[in-house]
Design a protein around this ligand. Structure first.
Ligand code: BZD
Length: 827
């Protein structure tokens, strides 16, 4: 029931909400009030966690007036907004970002100092919400930051996992996963609203009934759970705008247990409750090859149904004419994970709101758009129809009808081309539902995430659909938020940029172009190089405190951070390290000839991905030997800090000299780490893959180390039959590096330990690391040659920064608006 609207008589209650005064005094006052009244402690008795909570609450207080205003505006707006549907948001820490957005960073520091506290100590307590696996989840976080900064109305919808991506530790060099209990000390940034929970149903059966002479279908579900919204502020940068991120948490329905699951047995009742609450318990840590697990489908439907209902039933006015829904919202599908939203909206419109099927389908097709993030066939989600039918029987019926009508259209166009019908059917021959096809048929637009990816998507993954739906496919190249990944992560570079070209670039990143002429200015190069050196020292300090690791800040920092996957080819990097080590210890090369390098890895492996875990073990084993062998001391070091996450990325990226983006061409959809490194003045060594292609085009060939086969060359090699052993025979350094691993040099003399990795490479090598090794090693020699010329290297690094403004996620958002969403113009 709608609560009655208060009719205040006091002038304060009738006035708009105000923010505390943006001064040190104002901040101190609010901070102490939050400490005393919010935490119930005096400053003198406060714990570090109390102080962190009070500080967070204070920052929230400054944002609150704007947020309340924007939420009100959103409800009363007549214009179209974006509802971003994503199963993952890899947010990173909130405190610094929100301080930055409000412009309160300095004031907060002084205010805490005046309370006798060090803000850096308080800041260090924040545990980042790791509600995502990797690029896809981090992209969602960058996008909502950009939309808020551009003043575009947006709600991000997702899942409030109780446990995010696992915490990675190493035991004897092997990955061991621990639960990420990020909520154990509470979460100061969220606003839970249990009173506004939505009921989400599952299971049961469908039936038809007579509705005034019309036969209609309805779903009689068997059980349900409550979806409790938790709201987060998403502040724009210095613009007074605050959007909302709404994450849903599952809670057992009261009486759930008693009615549907048991017959009065208390233990069974509690078990049923646990079953319901499992839905938002944990993030699935697989970032490819999703297993068709029932709980995963439950998660997907849970958050999508809650989000659609939230928008349609609560945000829109009660009497809203739903045939005009496309004028008010576009649901952007972040990969196939939310695609069950398509039949859900159909069910809402047809079964709940009584619209005709055709009218509902016309609305639905306009309201969704789909972003694909992969090219790996095994990563395209399919749901077995028995599973889908058991959990969501009405949705399966709706999908069947969508497919029947779609295939009728295909037949109309092409006649009885049964082969084509089979290829295009949303239902696979084995009965499984192909979610990418459903998204493509339903979506108003389908986009890939980099030019090459979008092209391959059209030509290789969905060519029949591209032909059938002219104009449906488009590209939006990914981007990253410069607020977090330049300003927060790299304050030194940010200061230098502002001193050089003035302010304004942080929301207009193409302005970095104005740095180009300074690449030829020796004093600017000097300043730029000292920022990089300071960032290396800062990383050294972090890694020492965090993991007890030692970084020689005189080394070139050669960095490969991303999820561990064979297609990304961490093994190629590793073979290069082993071959350098081998060359020195075998005396083929004198240590003095080798550029001193520290190799930094950061990578989590999906817990069930055995080969990825073996590769992690091998990297650590190589590090163990290389780092303690006096023959290479001061020349080579391998560091693998565990638990790479957004917080660590913010330290590693600004310190890097060389960015490793070495996937097999045609496999990495885009990459976004590649953009972060270029923007922070690292040079890229990379293949012609994903957004590397666009990075290289923009920064120029002479400022990028390209190697390896192109995608067509990969296809040709695969067609002709790939025999990795041929490449081993042709390169004695490669042969020797592989032999060294096989000899047990990195496993205490026992060659069998890493035999599975070596033999997989030599006999299968599904991602052709060996075929690209020779070219990679040659490119690394060019790296060494340029690095030896400090001025030339710095010049290239500056040009990388100056020419990478295109990769701001603000630009990505403009492209989505122009090409897909058609929401009102910005500003
Ligand atoms: O998405 C990544 C791609 O691999 C990158 O190339 C691309 O840059 C980013 C952003 O577009 N994909 C993922 O990160 N995928 C997942 O994390 C994922 C998670 C669950 C299930 C399937 C995939």
């Amino acid at each position: 029931s709608t609560p009655s609207r208060p009719q205040p008589t006091h002038p304060l209650a009738a006035a708009p909400v105000t923010a505390p005064e943006a001064t040190v005094d104002g901040f101190v006052e609010q901070f102490l009030r939050n400490l005393n009244n919010g935490r119930g402690v005096a400053l003198s008795a406060s714990t570090p966690n109390d102080r962190y909570f009070a500080l967070a609450a204070t920052v929230r207080d400054y944002l609150m007036a704007r947020w309340l205003e924007d939420v009100r505006r959103q409800r009363t707006a007549q214009s179209k907004g974006v509802a971003y549907l994503s199963a993952e948001y890899l947010l990173g820490r909130q405190l610094d970002n929100n301080l930055l957005a409000t412009g309160l960073t300095e004031i907060a520091g002084e205010a805490l100092a005046a309370c006798g506290l060090d803000i850096d100590e308080v800041r260090a307590l924040e545990i980042e919400p790791g509600l995502g696996n990797g690029g896809l989840g981090r992209l969602a976080a960058c996008f909502i930051d950009s939309l808020a900064t551009m003043g575009v109305p947006n709600i991000g919808y997702g899942i409030r996992y109780e446990y995010g991506i696992f915490r990675q530790t190493f035991v004897d060099g092997q990955q061991v996963e621990q639960a990420d209990s990020w909520l154990s000390l509470g979460s100061p940034w969220e606003f839970p609203h249990p009173e506004a929970a939505q009921t989400i149903s599952f299971g049961g059966h469908t039936e038809t009934y007579d509705d005034d002479g019309v036969t209609r279908s309805r779903w009689i579900p068997a059980w349900n759970v409550q979806a409790v919204p938790h709201n987060y502020m998403v502040p724009g940068y210095h613009n007074g705008r605050v959007n909302t991120l709404r994450l849903w948490s599952a809670q057992a329905t009261q009486g759930f247990d008693l009615r549907t699951f048991n017959s009065g047995d208390y233990q069974e009742a509690v078990r049923a409750q646990t079953y319901a609450e499992n839905i938002s318990k944990v993030l699935y840590p697989e970032d490819s090859t999703p297993q068709g697990k029932e709980l995963r489908l439950q998660q997907q439907y849970f958050f999508v149904a809650a989000s659609i209902s939230d928008f349609v039933n609560l945000i829109l006015p009660r009497d809203f004419d739903l045939t005009r829904l496309p004028e008010r919202v576009i649901f952007q599908l972040n990969d196939t994970h939310p695609v069950i939203g398509v039949p859900e909206l159909m069910r809402v419109l047809v079964d709940e709101r009584g619209l005709e099927w055709d009218a509902a389908w016309a609305i639905t097709r306009e309201c969704f758009a789909y972003t694909c993030h992969t090219l790996l066939p095994e990563a395209l989600e399919v749901w077995p129809s028995d599973l889908l039918g058991r959990l969501l029987p009405r949705h399966l019926e709706i999908i069947y009808r969508i497919n029947d009508e779609f295939l009728d259209e295909v037949r109309e166009r092409y006649g009885d081309d049964e082969d084509r019908i089979r290829r295009m059917s949303i239902i696979a021959p084995d009965g499984a539902v192909r979610m990418a096809f459903l998204a493509t048929v339903a979506g108003s637009k389908v986009n890939g995430v980099a030019e090459l990816h979008s092209q391959l998507l059209r030509e290789k993954v969905l060519p029949d659909f591209d032909e059938f739906f002219p104009g449906k496919f488009t590209n939006v190249t990914n981007g990253v938020t410069p607020r977090r990944f330049v300003k927060l992560a790299n304050p030194g570079l940010s200061r230098l940029i502002t001193d050089t070209i003035g302010p304004g670039w942080l929301t207009d990143l193409e302005r970095l172009r104005e740095l180009e002429p300074f690449a030829d200015d020796a004093s600017f190069r000097q300043a730029f190089a000292s920022v990089k050196a300071a960032n290396k020292r800062a990383l050294a300090k972090t890694l020492h405190a965090r993991d007890g690791l030692t970084v020689d800040d005189g080394h070139m920092l050669d960095v490969m951070v991303k999820r561990l996957h064979e297609y990304k080819r961490q093994t190629l990097k590793l073979l290069h390290i082993v071959s350098q080590y081998d060359a020195i210890v075998s005396g083929r090369v004198s240590p003095a000839e080798v550029t001193p390098r520290t190799f930094v890895f950061g990578a989590k492996a999906a817990p069930g991905y055995a080969m990825a875990k073996r590769i992690i073990h091998l990297i650590n084993a190589v590090g163990e030997v290389v780092n303690t062998d006096p023959r290479v001391e001061g020349r080579l070091a391998v560091l693998f800090p565990p638990n790479y996450n957004v917080t660590l990325a913010e330290r590693v990226v600004p310190a890097a000299d060389l960015s490793e983006q070495i996937s097999l061409a045609g496999k990495e959809a885009s990459g976004t780490g590649n953009m972060k490194f270029a923007l922070n003045g690292a040079l890229t060594i990379g293949t012609d893959d994903g957004a590397n292609v666009e990075i290289r085009q923009l920064v120029g060939d002479e400022n990028f180390f390209l190697f390896g086969m192109t995608e067509p060359e990969v296809a040709t090699l695969a067609d002709g039959g790939y025999h990795p052993i041929d490449f081993v025979r042709a390169d004695e350094n490669l042969q020797s590096a592989l032999d060294l691993i096989s000899s047990g040099a990195f496993s205490g003399g026992d060659g069998s330990v890493f035999e599975p990795v070596v033999s997989n490479l030599v006999h299968h090598d599904p991602f052709m690391a060996l075929a690209d090794f020779t070219s990679y090693a040659a490119a690394q020699q060019k790296v060494d040659a340029l690095y030896a010329d400090t001025e030339a290297w710095t010049r290239s690094a500056i040009l990388n920064v100056a020419r990478s403004g295109f990769f701001s996620s603000d630009r990505s958002m403009r492209d989505y608006i122009d090409r897909i969403w058609h929401t009102p113009p910005v500003r």
